[in-house]
Design a protein around this ligand. Structure first.
Ligand code: SAM
Ligand code: SF4
Length: 333
């Protein structure tokens, strides 16, 4: 089996797969509430095409796949996609990041199809705030989704939270108290410049240091030593076994240990969330003049070339930084 190694010696093992750019929420840091510039359906990879690209990635050494979006549970054949990825020879570890709205219906079938790990995004415990933050009155569906995930046997259920100044920055402690009481594993993520409106500002971002300081007023946090390629800095809470993660994507970049590649729902691979270039896998899988073997060779070359061209870091903190035109919802977080 080949490996995807870049010019800085980073071995890429993790593929983030966006299944759709559509979403059932409109989180302000991700998508404007009146967003309508969806990708045309004909541009999205079909499930057969998607599996071809994933098989190619696995042959190149990818051993971990996270399904995301947009909202991955909006993909009508999501259960079939999970089952088909699990049926690949040497199946990768499979996880999903979701807003959880449809989990009450889908958690059990997804587990039956082989899903074993899940992250659910929730930035507030307050119904009114949730409405303001997402433009939808659906916090009850997220809570029902979390319950369904636990009942279906997904363990641990991880919660992702983004804090924003003046919006929900008073919820670091309540969110952690709630997560501990519910037996959930919580990770805070710094807000990145990936909103569709280009309105991100450094001042509005609640930094990893601020989150740590806030939590430390109530909890004793001790660093967990082994980090590996995980973006989260983990801390044991009050000397116990439970931990909390803080992902300082902007102020404490972890690019030197990054092992990720991304596949957008329209079949483009990106070496980084902040890439300005993409490689078109859809053109390869849809090329009727190529045999299956030729497609496999072309996809392998495309994965290798994309990773070879990966830059050392995301560059958010460089004066020359330019935000990518694709918002987070169309890249896949
Ligand atoms: N819809 C699913 C969800 O919300 O979990 C999956 C896609 S969403 C893009 C994946 C993750 O990216 C979520 O945890 C979300 O909070 C996070 N995210 C979105 N925009 C972000 C931004 N600008 N900065 C940091 N995290 C962001
Ligand atoms: Fe949708 Fe997830 Fe973006 Fe929120 S963060 S708008 S749930 S894709």
């Amino acid at each position: 089996m080949s490996s995807l190694i870049d010019t800085y010696g980073r071995v890429h093992r993790d593929l983030r797969v966006s299944l759709t750019d559509r979403c059932s929420l409109r989180c302000t840091y991700c998508m404007p509430h009146d967003f309508a510039a969806w990708l045309p359906s004909a541009d999205l990879l079909t499930t057969d095409e998607l599996i071809d690209v994933i098989e190619s990635a696995v042959a190149q050494g990818i051993d971990e796949i996270r399904l995301t979006g947009g909202e991955p549970l909006l993909r009508p054949d999501i259960v079939e996609i999970v089952a088909r990825i699990n049926a690949i020879a040497n199946p990768p570890k499979l996880s999903m990041t979701t807003n959880g709205l449809a989990l009450a219906q889908l958690a059990a079938p997804l587990v039956d199809a082989g899903l074993s790990r899940i992250n659910i995004s929730l930035d507030t415990l307050d119904r009114e705030r949730f409405k303001k933050l997402t433009f939808r009155d659906r916090i009850h569906d997220v809570f029902a989704g979390i319950d369904a995930a636990r009942n279906a046997g997904l363990k641990p259920v991880k919660i992702n939270s983004v804090l924003m100044r003046g919006v929900n920055d008073d919820e670091a402690i309540p969110l952690l108290q709630w997560a501990l009481a519910e037996g959930l594993s919580l990770r805070f993520i710094e807000q990145m410049p990936l909103d569709a409106g280009g309105a991100w500002s450094r001042d509005a971002m609640v930094t990893a240091d601020e989150i740590f300081a806030q939590l430390s007023t109530v909890f004793t946090l001790t660093p967990v030593e082994v980090r590996g390629s995980s973006p989260a800095e983990e801390f044991y809470i009050n000397g116990g076994l439970a931990s909390v993660g803080i992902i300082g994507s902007v102020t404490r970049p972890f690019c030197a240990a990054c092992d990720r590649v991304r596949l957008t729902s329209d079949g483009q691979i990106r070496a980084c969330l902040f890439s300005m270039v993409e490689t078109d896998m859809r053109a390869i899988v849809r090329n009727a003049e190529l045999t299956s073997e030729q497609k496999r060779e072309a996809m392998a070359k495309a994965f290798q070339a994309t990773v070879k061209a990966k830059l050392p870091g995301h560059g958010i903190n460089d004066p020359t930084f330019i935000q990518p035109t694709r918002p987070m919802s169309a890249i896949g977080g």
